[in-house]
Design a protein around this ligand. Structure first.
Ligand SMILES: *Cc1c(COP(=O)(O)O)cnc(C)c1O
Length: 359
């Protein structure tokens, strides 16, 4: 490791996770790369999966889709956020496939496409119970007819589960409604419904997965793909009564060892988390005092060299993994993952070799 701190993403783990999910789904597994692939880096991951034959991706916003196109990703890119009429032209120019939940957006898409001489393609979003975006499921057929009458080529139809992992009965209700929609609209469209927990807990045909692809769901053989490594910039022994960091909230008994790691909440560690990092011999080192923006102080059983490597976030489900950090902060793994910043250099590894380096 040539840097004092870096993020490592194990593409092998990602590929294995993808295969595990593929084996569970009866149809297609669409990788969800929104929010910079949940902090893992959308472009390297899209490039890697595309090289492995994945032909369709999903992101949330136009800017995320543009970044993939500018990075050379050729596959289909579905915009999960409901298209705003203002975005129709750029979505068309970039060859992204928007999601339609309103006739206003469908009209804008058809109009802009006509002006540009392009084919307006889209997926239709159907609301089966989440009440966020989508045409009401009872009105899916008239909505489809109206959108198609505008000249839009509807290629897919989908819905989103509101309670996967929380309320199985409501998942079943949404699935039943989606099936009714499918019966009414007929075959010839790409129907997709489940997210990670929907697929893992209930099965599914065509699915869109984020969290599970990054290995952030324990118990299904999935492996976290990301870890954060850091070398200390200072190691010292504390005297009794020494106070550490902002607020001086950690007060030394005296004699304990402290390491300062050059990773803080600006890199994505959740402020306020009383978490642990893994020391150079695998020992658990508690965070001592508050996490700073750029640095974190941890308590050590004994002295270590500045060349020692700490696993600030480990690629496992133990007390130093990303899920444990989220729990220590009282938040969701999603939130910790999407706040991993791009400041640290990144290494994308495959079979021990660097597949791509960023920063
Ligand atoms: C984010 C998102 C997903 C992926 O959800 P995970 O729980 O991370 O698998 C799927 N579908 C839609 C519409 C989403 O917004």
């Amino acid at each position: 490791m040539e840097a004092r701190a870096l993020v490592e993403v194990d593409l092998g783990a990602l590929e294995e996770n993808y295969r595990l999910l593929k084996a569970r789904a009866r149809g297609e597994v669409v990788p969800v790369l929104k929010a910079d692939a949940y902090g893992h880096g959308a472009l390297p991951i899209a490039r890697f999966l595309e090289a492995r034959g994945v032909a369709r991706f999903a992101v949330a916003t136009l800017a995320e889709g543009r970044a993939l196109r500018e990075g050379g990703v050729k596959g289909e890119v579905l915009l999960l956020g409901s298209l705003h009429p203002l975005e129709a032209e750029e979505a068309l120019r970039l060859g992204l496939v928007p999601t339609l939940s309103t006739l206003e957006a469908a009209r804008a898409l058809a109009q802009r496409a006509r002006a540009l001489g392009l084919t307006p393609r889209a997926h239709l979003k159907v609301d089966t119970g989440m009440n966020r975006v989508g045409f009401p499921w009872e009105e899916a057929l008239p909505a489809l007819k109206a959108v198609e009458a505008l000249g839009v080529r509807v290629e897919g139809v989908y819905s989103h589960l509101a309670t996967a992992g929380e309320d199985a009965a409501f998942v079943e209700l949404q699935r039943a409604r989606f099936l009714e929609v499918r019966r009414a609209l007929g075959e010839g469209y790409f129907y997709h419904l489940e997210n990670s927990l929907g697929l893992l807990l209930h099965g599914g045909e065509n699915v869109r997965v984020g969290l599970a692809l990054y290995g952030l769901v324990p118990g299904f053989g999935l492996r976290p793909a990301l870890r954060i490594l850091a070398r200390p910039t200072l190691v010292k022994r504390l005297r009794p009564g020494d106070r550490v960091g902002y607020g001086g909230v950690y007060v030394a008994r005296g004699g304990e060892w402290l390491a300062t790691l050059p990773v803080g909440y600006a890199d994505g560690l959740p402020w306020g988390a009383v978490g642990f990092v893994k020391g150079p011999s695998g020992e658990l080192c508690p965070v001592a005092g508050r996490i700073s923006m750029d640095q974190t102080t941890v308590a050590l059983p004994g002295p270590v060299e500045l060349s020692a490597v700490f696993e600030v976030v480990s690629a496992d489900f133990g007390p130093t993994g990303l899920l444990a950090w989220a729990e220590a902060r009282g938040t969701l793994p999603y939130e910790v993952a999407v706040h991993l910043s791009k400041r640290l250099p990144r290494r994308y590894l495959l079979g021990g070799e660097v597949w791509e380096a960023v920063g």
